[in-house]
Design a protein around this ligand. Structure first.
Ligand SMILES: [Zn+2]
Length: 225
């Protein structure tokens, strides 16, 4: 089982403990997104073959001047292999949508140039993001991580080549979950913890972690009718 969105670099507990508990639970691979270029703690993460890296800039950082160019230089000078560009996208909770759009577009172009998929973070601005992706003619695929939008928008993104990734956050709307499984091709639905965030209510530990993925998937699938 793969945790397709795990911020292992942001966990408080040691990587060794987190990975060992994940493996005991049957989670054998981890995709670690970048939020400001490469993931943090890269020297430590790189020791694990089970970890796959992404490089990306989260919309919150759109305000920082030349952040894309600065971090891109590090990517260009690194031997670390990345499997996707992200997480990047748009978020209505942060200001300056124009700067967010510019930063997102640069990362869409980078993914196209590198022929890599995108890992997309969207909170609101669904139509804007859809239009940017459509106009850019992205062919390398994209994952909409921790999806919280409407079924209608999800269907449109899937038609464009997207995959919907569900985290424990999706459990907030059980009716919507049931519709997702009915109306979205099930091979376009994947699962993630988004750890240490998106801690499900039924977990008492301080932070969410990949070891919780099997139980999160089980709960989510229980709403599939
Ligand atoms: Zn994330």
């Amino acid at each position: 089982m793969i945790d397709n969105h795990a911020h292992l670099d942001l966990m408080k507990d040691s990587l060794e403990n987190v990975i060992s508990r994940a493996k005991n639970a049957g989670v054998a691979e981890f995709i670690v997104p970048g939020i400001c270029g490469f993931p943090k703690k890269l020297d430590e993460l790189i020791k694990y073959n089970e970890i796959k890296f992404c490089w990306g800039i989260y919309p919150k950082y759109a305000e920082i001047e030349n952040i894309f160019e600065k971090e891109l230089e590090k990517l260009n000078n690194s031997f670390v292999k990345i499997i996707a560009v992200g997480e990047c996208g748009l978020d209505k909770r942060f200001g300056n949508i124009e700067k967010q759009i510019q930063l997102f577009q640069k990362q869409i172009n980078l993914a196209i140039n590198l022929d890599l998929p995108l890992i997309i973070h969207l909170v609101g601005h669904w139509q804007k993001a859809f239009d940017l992706l459509k106009k850019s003619k992205i062919k390398s695929g994209f994952v909409l991580h921790s999806w919280s939008g409407s079924i209608e928008m999800a269907k449109e993104f899937v038609k464009l080549g997207g995959t919907i990734s569900l985290s424990a956050g999706a459990l907030k709307s059980q009716e919507k979950l049931a519709r997702i499984f009915k109306e979205i091709p099930n091979d376009k639905i994947i699962f993630e913890t988004d750890c240490p965030d998106q801690k499900p209510d039924f977990i008492s530990a301080e932070e969410n972690e990949p070891a919780n993925l099997p139980i999160i998937i089980e709960k989510i699938l229980s709403y599939k009718v």
